[in-house]
Design a protein around this ligand. Structure first.
Ligand SMILES: O=P(O)(O)OC[C@H]1O[C@H](OP(=O)(O)OP(=O)(O)O)[C@H](O)[C@@H]1O
Ligand SMILES: NC(=O)CC[C@H](N)C(=O)O
Ligand SMILES: [Mg+2]
Length: 508
């Protein structure tokens, strides 16, 4: 789940993009990059690590120009350790283009072959985002009028991208000599918003994965980029928009609301915080229905993401709510760290129990989701060690049973604690006295309550329904095999590098 930004401004873009990346850091902790356009030159700096580690003063000084794009990476294709896969990516033909991508292409392999054989383009990494950039470059080449591009030909190229690419993609790109281009896949699986800042010189535009970046950087929210839509801002600050697909249908990823996005963001007309409050209410009602005789003394959230749901659940059931775990503010998100060993270690580094809140009590621990079970296993044990009598566990999302192929790194069924297990078996695995999950329909209602216009969600990790229609069991097997092969082929150096990356994320 990467974070992307793009700006056309009347003042230097470098600091603005850096500050924007800092508030999108929760979307990717493995690599970061910024590209700016200054006259005829594209400046690019990227590398592995957190935003604050990748950019030094000298790098920032070199990022000249008032237009730029930026990216934080959470890898879902290729590898976490290959710094060549950090974004933005650059190509020099038919125009200088830099691109940042959030999502995951499901036909990247096939496209890579096509690019080589038909389009005479070489893709140098295992990143699907480099494939996407080359598809865009090829489409721009075939739609350009000789050496000239205009908004019509740029939008025609995006239509070409929609026809060739499958999967999830929210994209920002700079086309040298022309301007900033952004677009969203035809289902709008990954989020993308536009903001404006009115200045005496004219309007400045900012495109971002989440509205929190607009708030922080002083831009006014204009609207979400629609699924299938492209937005083009030229270097004179003129905004052009067009729907580039006849088959667009909004189906945003429901996991953005459960976990990924910041609660202070509004995505597709839905406040993430509000949707999490509703998740708590629905879960409370289910709990009252199916556990009428269970005595709970205190509701305790697992910081950070479950806090709004846990609070609202406790309110609804009129049970005491207490913070029982202290989170080390210098540790990053564990779920998006590379490598299970590091994820496991960092749960203990990240969270510590306050004995007083557990001793002699029946506690209900609430988390937003249980994916690999790394957090829940550790936390249940910590609650017992702290003296809890009974430890009940509630998840504000349903069991995660299916791989995600649209930009969340859970490609293998074997990694998911809920695959092939009943709720009772999962409960035993995490060591709780009882476990309750949100129902999928209730989760959808929680999110829809804030915007009833959304008919469909991309919820494949919960229901195994893949909205793009191209995901077969054979495809999933192949992704899973690719993943295990990748792990088996990893060298000791790769392991060391992965560990260092995770250590740097864990010292946030
Ligand atoms: O079952 P698991 O594989 O452990 O994954 C689920 C956990 O991971 C996430 O927390 P994370 O620490 O990443 O971020 P947070 O601080 O935003 O809650 C999520 O909020 C759950 O707590
Ligand atoms: N999570 C994402 O959006 C990842 C983008 C891209 N697939 C990569 O691996 O770099
Ligand atoms: Mg968490």
């Amino acid at each position: 789940m990467c974070g992307i930004l793009g700006v056309v401004s009347y003042s230097p873009a470098n600091q603005l993009l850096y500050d924007g990346l800092q508030v999108l850091q929760h979307r990717g902790q493995d690599a970061a990059g910024i590209a700016t356009m200054d006259g005829d030159t594209i400046h690019l700096h990227k590398g592995n690590g957190l935003v604050r580690d990748v950019f030094r003063t000298r790098n920032m000084r070199a990022l000249q120009g008032n237009t730029g794009i930026a990216h934080v990476r959470y890898p879902t294709a290729g590898s976490a350790v290959d710094h060549n896969e950090a974004q933005p990516f650059y190509v020099n033909s038919p125009f200088g283009i830099v691109l940042g991508h959030n999502g995951n292409l499901t036909n990247a392999e096939e496209l890579k072959k096509q690019l080589f054989v038909q389009d005479l383009r070489h893709v140098n990494t295992n990143s699907d985002s480099e494939v996407l950039l080359n598809v865009l470059a090829h489409e721009l080449q075939s739609k350009s009028k000789g050496l000239r591009l205009d908004a019509d030909s740029i939008f025609a190229a995006v239509s070409g991208v929609h026809q060739r690419c499958r999967g999830a993609y929210a994209v920002v790109a700079i086309i040298a000599g022309y301007g900033l281009l952004a677009f969203r896949d035809i289902y709008g699986i990954r989020p993308l918003v536009i903001g404006v800042n009115e200045t005496p010189e004219g309007n400045e535009y900012l495109i971002a994965s989440e509205s929190v970046a607009l708030d922080t950087l002083g831009f006014k929210f204009l609207r979400d980029v629609a699924p299938g839509e492209a937005v083009f801002v030229d270097f004179q600050g003129r905004l052009y928009t067009r729907q580039c697909s006849d088959n667009a249908q909004l189906s945003p990823c429901i996991f953005e609301y459960v976990y990924f996005s910041r609660p202070d963001s509004v995505i597709d007309g839905i406040s993430v915080h509000e949707s999490r409050l509703y998740m708590g209410e629905y879960l409370a009602d289910k709990l009252a229905r199916i556990w009428p005789d269970v005595k709970i003394d205190v509701v305790i959230p697992i910081p950070d993401s479950s806090r709004p749901s846990a609070l609202q659940l406790a309110n609804r059931l009129n049970i005491l709510f207490r913070e029982g775990f202290v989170k080390n503010r210098y540790i990053g998100r564990t779920f998006i760290m590379p490598g299970q060993a590091m994820r496991k270690k960092s749960v203990r580094q990240k969270l510590n129990a306050i004995g007083l809140e557990f001793k002699g009590k029946n506690v209900l621990l609430v988390d937003d989701s249980i994916v690999r079970g790394t957090t829940s296993r550790e936390i249940v044990q910590m609650a017992r060690d702290a003296g809890a009598l009974k430890v009940y566990f509630a998840s504000a999302a349903p069991p995660v049973r299916y791989p995600n192929v649209y930009g969340i790194d859970m490609p293998s069924r074997a990694e998911l604690i809920a695959t092939g297990r009943t709720d009772e078996e999962i409960c035993r695995e995490i060591g709780a006295d009882a476990l309750i999950y949100q129902d999928l329909e209730d989760l959808k209602s929680s999110v829809r309550k804030a915007n009833p216009a959304i008919a469909e969600f991309e919820a494949s990790c919960f229901d195994g329904i893949y909205i793009t229609g191209d995901i077969t069991p054979a495809y999933l097997d192949k992704v899973e095999r690719g993943r295990s092969a990748g792990k088996a082929n990893k060298s000791a150096d790769d392991d060391q590098m992965e560990l260092e990356l995770a250590m740097s994320a864990s010292s946030m």
